[in-house]
Design a protein around this ligand. Structure first.
Ligand code: AMP
Ligand code: MG
Length: 321
């Protein structure tokens, strides 16, 4: 951020991630209210603890529907809609596979193929039954599990933005462990880095300049393990049960809402560069930055941000579609 005004940074560790809030006025009370808000949403959505509204749904799989609060219901509705799109790489019911793979956690090894096949049968998003009137969610098959890990941070980043707006804040930034949402801009916008895959945490491929936009990245380098010379990362292909395998190391989405960014990083990860760019032509509000294994950086378009390449190992390539 290029500004003569002082920026105040507040940090916390929530949702297992470093959280950073930037404001232009010193307001510790506001920062703690923001962190409390994040914690409240985490309490509703987490699947990394025994209890949450989402865990209540999972515990009742194959037994009965569970009434949840409006925000949780709406987020699940949105997640199901993205999951049932034709050929979607996003699947809100991927939970059993995520739990089994444990990628990035102690004991992560490739599960036996028969186990993956058996677990795949419990991941059908069509079997997540929603009742708009009751506000309830029913997983029809025992052992089914919803996992909102791919979108919870995006959703919460939007809620923080809305809260800050409501509190009269016109300029600020919230970074939820790589899910970024920005409010306003002075003098050229916020500068956001795009990480260099499999390098030091501070190494960047390039930087973006954005205003009033969210920036979300999904990358194969974020969580993975290696076995027998192969790398297994944390974004699973819902049709095979194995990590998505294509030319991409990361996808960054620039969009007004961070929830869209979070859903689209996964969708686009499944599509790859060519199909991803084609799909985004119907969504001018959503733009992608692809970083490939072949060390190319490809922009689907560049209408709402500026991009500066800053690593000479990489080359910037035009949208190939
Ligand atoms: P993100 O960091 O936003 O890319 O989300 C990654 C997380 O999403 C993983 O750690 C899993 O919890 C979850 N996940 C993995 N594969 C999928 C998938 N195909 N659809 C939805 N969520 C997924
Ligand atoms: Mg995501």
């Amino acid at each position: 951020m290029s500004s003569t005004h002082r920026v105040y940074s507040y940090s916390a560790v929530l949702m297992g991630s470093p959280i950073l809030l930037k404001l232009f006025s010193h307001d510790e009370m506001l920062a703690s209210r923001v962190f409390r808000l994040i914690r409240q949403y985490e309490d509703l959505l987490t699947v990394n603890r025994a209890h949450s509204e989402v865990m209540n749904i999972n515990h009742a799989a194959g037994q009965h529907a569970v009434v949840v609060s409006r925000p949780v219901y709406e987020l699940i509705r949105c997640a199901k809609a993205a999951s049932v799109l034709h050929d979607s790489a996003f699947n809100l019911a991927i939970g059993p596979l995520v739990k089994r793979w444990k990628i990035g956690f102690h004991g992560d090894r490739v599960p036996p193929a028969e186990e993956i096949a058996a677990l795949l049968a419990r991941t059908s998003p069509q079997e997540v039954i929603l009742d708009d009137e009751a506000g309830s969610v029913f997983l029809t098959r025992p052992g089914m599990e919803i996992d909102l890990g791919a979108i919870a941070k995006g959703y919460i980043a939007d809620r923080v933005r809305d809260y800050l707006h409501k509190e009269g804040v016109t300029e600020g930034l919230i970074n939820l462990g790589g899910n970024l949402q920005t409010l306003g801009a002075r003098e050229g916008g916020w500068t956001v880095g795009v990480k260099k895959p499999f390098d030091l945490p501070e190494a960047l491929v390039g930087t973006l300049q954005v205003e009033n936009r969210s920036v979300v990245t999904s990358g194969t380098y974020e969580r993975y393990f290696e076995q027998d010379g192969r790398r297994y990362h944390h974004i699973l292909n819902p049709s095979t049960g194995y990590p998505l395998d294509n030319e991409l190391d990361s996808v960054t989405i620039v969009s007004p809402d961070s929830l869209d960014g979070d859903i689209w990083t996964t969708l686009i990860f499944g599509m790859g560069v060519e199909r991803g760019c084609a799909a985004l032509r119907a969504r001018p509000d959503i733009e992608a930055i692809f970083v490939t294994r072949a060390k190319e950086v490809i922009l689907s378009s560049m209408n709402h941000f500026r991009f500066t390449l800053c690593d000479e190992d990489y080359r910037l390539t035009d949208n190939i579609v």
